[in-house]
Design a protein around this ligand. Structure first.
Ligand SMILES: Nc1ncnc2c1ncn2[C@@H]1O[C@H](COP(=O)(O)OP(=O)(O)OP(=O)(O)O)[C@@H](O)[C@H]1O
Ligand SMILES: [Mg+2]
Length: 466
């Protein structure tokens, strides 16, 4: 229950208010200014009703005003509702000028006063929510919780984060490797009501299966060889905070069952323990595998999926984010030049073309690494295509084999990659790229058309003009 402080020297009125408000609020009573201030400092109520005519000055209002000023000096956001006698209008206005939230004239009509009090609490909620979002944003510098993006897909992501951050809804973040899933999980935590609690990540894919259960749920002393002392698991540490289950698609079947039980009952048992330990944690999970396929194949439990994925936030691959690529590249460039004290100022046109046409299998992380490396290595003002270091990467790394189904698919995939690769190496010069692949220029053009690589040719044309 919310705390409400009532300051009035009239015991009948205190009784009336206790009777009228005691069910909805945790009501504290004070009969004079001194008691009011000490209760205020001790219990920190956010809404206060304050009778202005307080002893020792029941007829003047000075004690009431003093009390009002003192409360607001401590907590400017406190909502003080000033109660005056029926001739107290000018005092009421003076109180509002001093920062009182509202005023109410006696005699008291319980229903009316309740409306004013409820509205004060409602406004407080909104103000607190605003402050939280504001500090969350400031805390993380530019962009949305540190996540940079202007393309429509990312704006959609931000809007979803904003909608679900403050509830305890389980969020499932999906996207290719390096698309920012962990960043989103942290933003959700920072913008939540739990942001003073811990954010505890656990990577279900990186921990050997036999250790994962005790990592997650803890273990009693002697639970297994090597368990010399009782250990708390990550889930227990996340109490009052957020538990981030990264790569949840890798969770072995037996632990899926245990996690499901934990999510349903909000209690866990340490390995080798019998005691039920209650844990209140918000669950955010992430994966870069195709979870619906894993469910179809019986590798991932469908019932668990519905528990962890009440809301799904899917992060688009970097190559589909349009101008965000260059935006992010510039951000990483700025960060790196500051960090390494380099004089690099930007990207050459050829490099920008390359940034826009690369398929970025490692997404934002790859971009960040490449730009950082380029800044460290370069001694010139503009980064050139070679600085991005694509050429020394084996071609196979750029082709995800997992989602290739047929041999024809694979061939097409390789063919497409080869064309992009050749164009990259030749900095967009089609004649040279065709020659490098041992095909005629018309054939090369046909292939570009087949693989919908118009953008590249357009960029090439632009480059030729410059
Ligand atoms: N939109 C973005 N704006 C700024 N930085 C970003 C953005 N997206 C990702 N990053 C940065 O890219 C790197 C990778 O992000 P993150 O670790 O969140 O990706 P991930 O999806 O969890 O990757 P993985 O699947 O490999 O675990 C981090 O350094 C992160 O700060
Ligand atoms: Mg991650």
């Amino acid at each position: 229950m919310e705390k409400l402080l009532i300051v009035d020297d009239d015991s009948d009125i205190r009784k009336q208010l206790k009777w009228g408000l005691g069910k909805e609020y945790d009501v504290l009573f004070a009969c004079d200014g001194g008691e009011a201030l000490s209760l205020f400092k001790k219990h920190n109520p956010k809404v206060i009703t304050l009778d202005l005519g307080l002893p020792p000055d029941e007829d003047g209002m000075e004690e009431g005003f003093r009390c009002l000023k003192e409360i607001l000096r401590h907590v400017p956001a406190a909502k003080v509702i000033v109660i005056t006698g029926n001739d107290g209008r000018s005092n009421a206005l003076r109180a509002v000028q001093l920062g009182a939230y509202d005023y109410y004239q006696k005699p008291i009509d319980m229903n009316e006063l309740k409306v004013i009090i409820n509205r004060a609490f409602y406004l407080l909620d909104i103000e607190e929510e605003n402050n939280r979002l504001q500090t969350a944003l400031e805390h993380n510098g530019t962009g949305f919780g540190g996540i940079i993006g202007h393309c429509p897909q990312m704006l959609q992501v931000f809007s979803t984060i904003r909608k679900v951050a403050s509830s305890d809804i389980a969020v499932f973040v999906t996207g290719e490797s390096g698309t920012g899933k962990e960043l989103v999980a942290r933003a959700l935590h920072t913008m939540s009501l739990r942001n003073e609690g811990p954010f505890i990540p656990i990577n279900c894919g990186a921990i050997p299966e036999n250790l994962l259960e005790s990592e997650l749920f803890g273990a009693e002393k002697g639970a297994f060889t090597g368990a010399h002392a009782r250990v708390q698991g990550k889930a227990e540490y996340a109490h009052k905070g957020t538990l981030f289950l990264d790569e949840i698609g890798e969770l072995p079947g037996n632990l899926q069952v245990k996690l499901l039980r934990f999510l349903q009952e909000k209690v866990l048992q340490r390995v080798g323990g019998r005691e039920d330990i209650a844990v209140d944690a918000r669950i955010i999970s992430a994966t870069n595998i195709d979870i619906s396929k894993a469910i179809q194949e019986g590798i991932f439990r469908e019932d668990l999926y519905y528990r962890i994925a009440v809301i799904n936030i899917n992060l688009p691959p970097l190559r589909e984010r349009g101008d965000d690529i260059v935006l992010l590249a510039n951000l990483f460039l700025k960060r790196s030049t500051e960090e390494f004290n380099k004089k690099v100022k930007g990207f050459s046109t050829g490099t920008i073309n390359l940034l826009e046409s690369h398929r970025w299998p490692g997404n934002v992380r790859e971009l960040e690494n490449r730009v950082q490396r380029a800044v460290i290595m370069s001694d010139s003002l503009l980064l050139e295509p070679d600085d991005l270091g694509f050429t020394d990467m084996p071609l196979q790394q750029q082709i995800p084999v997992a989602d290739v189904v047929t041999l024809k698919d694979a061939r097409d995939r390789v063919e497409r990659e080869m064309i992009i690769y050749a164009l990259e190496r030749q900095e967009g010069n089609i004649a040279k790229a065709a020659e490098a692949l041992g095909v005629s220029r018309p054939t090369f053009y046909d292939l570009m058309k087949k693989y919908n690589l118009n953008k590249l040719s357009a960029l090439q044309a632009k480059q030729a003009q410059l």
